[in-house]
Design a protein around this ligand. Structure first.
Ligand SMILES: Nc1ncnc2c1ncn2[C@@H]1O[C@H](COP(=O)(O)OP(=O)(O)OP(=O)(O)O)[C@@H](O)[C@H]1O
Ligand SMILES: [Mg+2]
Length: 374
């Protein structure tokens, strides 16, 4: 149970006592809330006293009469707004001053309750306010804990996994009902499409496995003394079938060996993703160049993958490294991908205290450079 502090500023003792009585056993509970709200009522008979209590108690909600003996309700409202306090202000006004209520709402009052009000009117207004407060607080909490990001990630992920499932289910339905007739060859297209969606799904799952590994952090790194150039050669081999399909030539500029203490799986993920992108977003007959070298100081190692592909616009460069980000253009619309590759690469690079940058000329090509302090 959480308690919301509610301050009643009204010079009529009857109103203050009434609010106290109505809310004494009142609780707000919506199915989506993980705890109920009840209310603690504070009272002030003037605006001046109200401000004192606002300062000392920081209430969640203020029920504010406008016609007060000293300063007026709207001035208290102005005060709260001026201080940018996170307080929901509700004006209590008679119908006669409706115009004022409208103005107050315009000036930042959340709601107004006409006087005299029934217990039910007060309760339903507070139910709404509590719901808003709850959602606002949850959002803030989630944001603080990075859950907001996680939540978005999971919703996109489930969507990305559901889409191919639905597609394949649809295609199987077509086959089950023999919708294209009894000639088996007529189903080739449907089968091809199913296979393509399944392979996309497999890639997504592989990406996710990579992500889980990285997210578990340093603890799961398996640092070994290994040859970066050899890892790059392995990646090139894996990617070769795709390169051949697109008639893209891959070349490697590197020393014979470059021994470093790294997690070989991580380096392989970096190469696989950068090289696969350099092929995927290349032009037919293009080239991919991979450079691996050590700074003279030997404190830094650079892995560089450049292509002669479609390139990336300046304004898209920062975005690329986000989860599920794909740049949609006429050229990329038929290229499959989950948009996780570069975000995984960036996470690995950061885990290793390195940096990744991208340079590109649209329509000419792109260069991805990873610098690792190893
Ligand atoms: N070498 C490149 N040239 C041009 N655009 C690129 C290049 N590499 C990445 N991009 C753009 O950046 C986007 C994000 O790349 P990323 O590798 O994260 O995802 P993806 O290739 O779409 O999917 P996957 O998760 O399968 O790698 C791509 O969709 C593409 O638009
Ligand atoms: Mg990719």
């Amino acid at each position: 149970m959480a308690t919301l502090k509610i301050l009643v500023v009204d010079d009529e003792p009857g109103i203050r006592a009434g609010v106290e009585r109505i809310l004494r056993n009142f609780k707000v509970d919506f199915p989506f809330m993980d705890e109920m709200y009840d209310f603690a009522v504070l009272e002030a008979e003037t605006g001046e006293r109200g401000i004192e209590i606002i300062e000392s108690e920081k209430p969640d909600i203020v029920l504010l009469d406008n016609k007060l003996p000293g300063i007026q309700g709207v001035e208290v409202l102005e005060y709260v707004r001026g201080k940018k306090y996170d307080i929901v202000v509700v004006m209590i006004t008679s119908y006669a001053s409706l115009e004022l209520a409208v103005k107050a709402t315009h000036d930042g009052a959340y709601d107004f309750i006409p006087k005299p009000f029934t217990p039910q009117e007060l309760k339903s207004s507070l139910e709404n306010i509590s719901k808003q407060l709850y959602l606002k607080r949850m959002t803030r909490k989630m944001k603080n804990e990075g859950k907001q990001v996680r939540f978005q990630f999971l919703s996109v992920l489930s969507h990305e996994l559901k889409a191919p499932l639905n597609a394949v289910e649809g295609y199987l339905g077509i086959m089950k009902e023999r919708q294209l007739g009894l000639n088996f060859d007529d189903y080739n297209e449907v089968i091809e499409r199913s296979l393509k969606r399944l392979s996309g799904m497999r890639n997504l799952i592989m990406d996710l496995l990579d992500l889980t590994k990285i997210e578990s952090g340093k603890a799961n790194q398996k640092i070994e003394h290994c040859d970066l150039v050899n890892i790059a050669r392995g990646s090139i081999d894996i990617m070769m079938p795709y390169a051949i399909q697109k008639d893209v030539e891959i070349s490697l500029n590197a020393p014979e060996k470059l021994m470093k203490y790294v997690d070989p799986d991580e380096i392989e993920i970096i190469f696989n993703n950068l090289i696969s992108n350099a092929i995927k977003y290349n032009k037919d007959g293009g080239t991919v160049e991979i450079d691996i070298y050590e700074d003279t100081s030997a404190k830094k190692t650079t892995l560089c993958v450049s292509d002669t592909g479609i390139g990336i616009k300046e304004e898209d460069k920062e975005r690329l490294f986000g989860d599920f980000v794909r740049i949609k253009t006429a050229e990329t619309k038929n290229i499959a991908g989950s948009g996780l590759g570069l975000s995984i690469v960036k996470k690995i690079v950061e885990l290793n205290k390195g940096e990744i940058t991208v340079g590109s000329v649209p329509d000419k090509g792109s260069v991805f450079t990873v610098i690792l302090p190893i």
